[in-house]
Design a protein. Sequence first.
Length: 433
Amino acid sequence: MASLEGLSIFERGELPRWVKVRQQLDDTEVGNIAEVIAAEFARPGIGDTITPGMSVALTAGSRGIHAIDQILRACVDEIRKRGATPFIVTAMGSHGGATVEGQLSIIHHYGITEEAMGCEIRASMETVHLGNVEGDVPVWFDRTAYEQADAVIPVGRVKPHTDFVGPVESGLMKMLAIGLGKQKGAEYFHARGFGHFDHLIPAVATFTLSKVNIPFGIATVENGYSHCSLIEAVPAAQIWEREQELLTIARERIGRLPGQDLDVLIVDEIGKDVSGDGADPNVINRDVVGLVDREALGFRPTIQRIIFRDLTPDTEGNATGVGMAEVVLQQLVDKIDPLKTYMNMITAKGPEGARIPMTMENDRRALYIAIACCLDTKVETARIARIRSTKYVEDLWVSEPYLDQVLAGGRAEVVNEPGPILFDTGGMFTEGW
């Protein structure tokens, strides 16, 4: 990269000391996943909808759902117990570069292989047109699942969406409307804009339920540590109502940042396995398209500037959402796969999410530059926080000027003595996790 030595003029003043703190988050957690799945299948109207000789498709998505390999394997086993033949289809819209190979690579990263699952994985990007809703809105559905399965069971996590607010957001209905709609379905939805998702997702999902045998879905909710805290089989007729209730539970359990007003947030890693936007907007309180006024909704903390340090290995170069930061490190930029990133952002109609922010060679310079971009902030009194990713917010490094805000919420404790923000000879943080 070009020399940025002229920026050294901003590297003045002594950075505040910082300290590591640990938050107490919701820790509700599922015990034995196989036993919970078995109990759900044993409920009336669930397992008895699967009969001998049936072919049953299960969905595998792309969001890094905790224990998804165990959940799917347990579903496969329960379906086999009932004399049916299960198989898995990929259901992730345009992710993985909108290719079969890319989508298979993603689920393989999550341990979803034919050997591990004990059944076939039939990945395809082909769709069938089920019809239209709201006049001219086409409904697309995975051709393999439609033509080769007697029943389709969506498996998905219910959580707040990254870019819109509605009665249902990310969950079973979105899986039906967009995940199983493949690239065609995802692109059409995004072409209409996130402002229409709140009514289009229920409309398309409800229509799909009327055209495809979907007896029930398997919904999960995660706790504040991103571990599976709830697994529930939801009958088709109850998905609309029950998913709204599950979304409320998910909002209550999600891990969030403490405090009210933050100058600089440092995020070690972003990636599609963390969030659809790389970093969860429900944690950093900003999104790619800027549709949701999170500050007006009372989401905190407000954050002036954000630094992204790197990409997760499992995102495989997909840097969707990198444009939400003001500063990134060169090590992140060097790992970007333009095809995967651009395909995702073009489909989402959010090219701003692929914009590369100011790029610095190391942590020291990135931090000073981020502080220099803040309003009403001095280096010595900067309110700074650092997290591994928006998926893991239990542990944080926070500067002393921000510590009172962090502790005021009553759910965080200091775990070490305050010390200077240390860098190695290359200007990178020496503190780990």
